[in-house]
Ligand binder design. Structure first.
Ligand code: AMP
Length: 397
C-alpha cells in the first residue's frame, strides 16, 4: 500500500487537523507508559515547523460516548505541553465552539488539543454530522493514529472523507508502521520466526494462518498453547482450553505442514493450583500437566528451546505474552522471549499490546527494531485486511 505522505503537502499557514493515538494507560491521573505520546511527537513537530494552526485529537479508553473525568486527555495534554515547550489549550466543548475559530485565536506559544473524542457518541458511530462539525473550516487532514486505523470511527473515517485526496495524508508514524509490516508481509529475511501467545486461539487464528504463508517457525505460548497441546493429545490439567476451537488448531497444523513451517509448543510449564496472583508457582518438567494444575507460563526447557530458535532467526515478529506476565511468578517466559529477541541480530518487531508491556517491563524496548503502537491494527494489517483508516490515506495513482 502506497500512502499519501505529510512530507508531500504544503502546510504553511494552513489549519491542520491531526488524529493521533494518544490512548495511553493512566492510573490515578498518572501516565503509566509514554510510548504512544513519544511516538507522536515527530509528526507534531513537523507540522508546527510550518503552521501554528494545529488541532490535535485522540480517543482515550472506552468512555462509551459520554464525558467521564477518568478518561480525560488532560494528563496527556500536560505531558505534550512539557515535551513541546508550549502551553496546552484543552477544548472540551468542541461541538458548540468552532475548532477552526479556536485556531484563529491561538497564541504562538499554545497548541490546541480536543478532549477525548469518545466522549461523543458520534465518534464511534462514524457520524458524518459529528465529523463535519469537527473539521469545519480546516484545510488539511493528517492521520497518524496507527493504533486506531482499524476502526471506522468519525475522526479516522468520516473526517478523512471530507477532504480531497490532495489535502489528506498519513503522518510519519503511520508511514513507519506500514513500511515495517509491509516488509514482513512481502519479503521477510529468512529464517523468519513468529512468536504467538496470549489468551485465545480464536483471537489470533486469522493472523496465524496468514503469517504461516511467510514464516519458517511458529512458536506458541500463553494460554492458547494449551489448546494446541490438547489437540496433540497431551494432558493439560486444569489449563485454559478452548475445547470448541480444535478445528482452528487443526487448520493451523494443516497449513503449517503444507508450507513446511515448524510449530513449536511448550515442553515444560510453570503451573498453579488456581488462577490467582498469590498462588504458588509449581514447576512441571514434562509437556503433560498433572490433573488439578493449570499452566500459567512456559518452563525453563521451553524458554531455552525458543531462545535458540530466535537467536538463529533473521526476522522475528512477536505478539502475545507466553504466560500471565502481569504476575511476577509467571512472567519469566515472556521476559525470556524479550531477552532472546534483544540478543538476536534479527530484525525484531513487537506487534503491540501486552508483548509491548512485557518488553517495557524487561527494560529492553530500545533493543528492538520496531515496536508497534497498535496491537489490533498491526494484526489486522498482517491478516491482509484493508484498514478503514489507511484506505483513505492511499496515495493517488
Ligand atoms: P492477548 O490480549 O490475547 O495477547 O492476551 C493477553 C493475556 O493473556 C494477558 O493478560 C495474559 O495474562 C493472558 N495469559 C497469557 N498466558 C496465560 C495462561 N497460561 N493462562 C491464562 N491467561 C494467560
Amino acid at each position: 500500500m502506497k500512502l499519501a505522505r505529510i512530507q508531500d503537502l504544503n502546510l504553511t499557514g494552513k489549519k491542520v487537523f491531526l488524529r493521533l493515538d494518544l490512548n495511553v494507560p493512566i492510573k490515578a491521573g498518572k501516565i503509566q507508559d509514554m510510548t504512544r505520546i513519544v511516538e507522536a511527537v515527530p509528526t507534531i513537530k513537523f507540522i508546527l515547523e510550518q503552521t501554528q494552526k494545529l488541532v490535535i485529537t485522540s480517543h482515550l479508553g472506552r468512555p462509551k460516548g459520554a464525558p467521564n473525568p477518568d478518561y480525560s486527555l488532560e494528563p496527556v495534554g500536560a505531558a505534550l505541553a512539557e515535551i513541546l515547550g508550549r502551553e496546552v489549550v484543552l477544548l472540551s466543548d468542541f461541538t458548540n465552539t468552532s475548532v477552526s475559530r479556536m485556531l484563529d485565536r491561538l497564541e504562538p506559544t499554545q497548541f490546541l488539543l480536543l478532549e477525548n473524542l469518545r466522549f461523543h457518541p458520534g465518534e464511534e458511530k462514524n457520524d458524518p454530522a459529528f465529523a463535519a462539525r469537527l473539521v469545519e473550516g480546516i484545510d488539511i487532514y493528517i492521520n497518524d493514529a496507527f493504533g486506531a486505523a482499524h476502526r471506522a470511527h468519525a475522526s479516522v473515517a468520516a473526517c478523512a472523507e471530507r477532504f480531497s485526496s490532495e489535502n489528506r495524508a498519513a503522518g510519519l508514524l503511520i508511514q513507519k508502521e506500514v513500511e515495517v509490516l509491509e516488509e514482513i508481509m512481502k519479503s521477510p529475511k529468512a529464517p523468519y520466526s513468529v512468536v504467538m501467545g496470549g489468551a485465545k486461539v480464536s483471537d489470533k487464528i486469522e493472523v496465524m494462518l496468514s503469517l504461516i504463508n511467510r514464516c519458517n517457525d511458529l512458536i506458541v505460548g500463553g494460554a492458547m498453547a494449551y489448546t494446541f497441546l490438547k489437540y496433540k493429545g497431551i494432558d493439560v490439567g486444569a489449563s485454559r482450553v478452548e475445547a470448541d476451537k480444535m478445528d482452528l488448531v487443526a487448520a493451523i497444523f494443516k497449513n503449517a505442514e503444507q508450507r513446511r513451517v515448524n510449530i513449536h509448543l511448550p515442553q515444560d510449564h510453570v503451573c498453579a493450583k488456581s488462577f490467582d496472583q498469590n498462588a504458588d508457582a509449581i514447576s512441571v518438567s514434562s509437556a503433560n500437566i498433572p490433573e488439578g494444575l493449570m499452566g500459567l507460563d512456559i518452563g525453563p526447557k521451553t524458554q531455552e528451546h525458543y531462545a535458540k530458535i530466535l537467536k538463529g532467526s533473521n526476522t522475528i515478529f512477536w505478539n502475545g505474552p507466553m504466560g500471565v506476565f502481569e504476575w511476577p511468578a509467571f512472567a519469566k517466559g515472556s521476559f525470556s522471549i524479550a531477552e532472546a529477541m534483544a540478543q538476536s541480530s534479527a530484525k525484531t518487531i513487537v506487534g503491540g499490546g501486552d508483548s509491548v508491556s512485557a518488553v517495557n517491563k524487561a527494560g529492553l524496548a530500545a533493543k528492538m527494531f520496531h515496536i508497534s503502537t497498535g496491537g489490533g491494527a498491526s494484526l489486522e494489517y498482517l491478516e491482509g485486511k484493508t484498514l478503514p483508516g489507511l484506505k483513505l490515506l492511499q496515495a493517488r495513482a
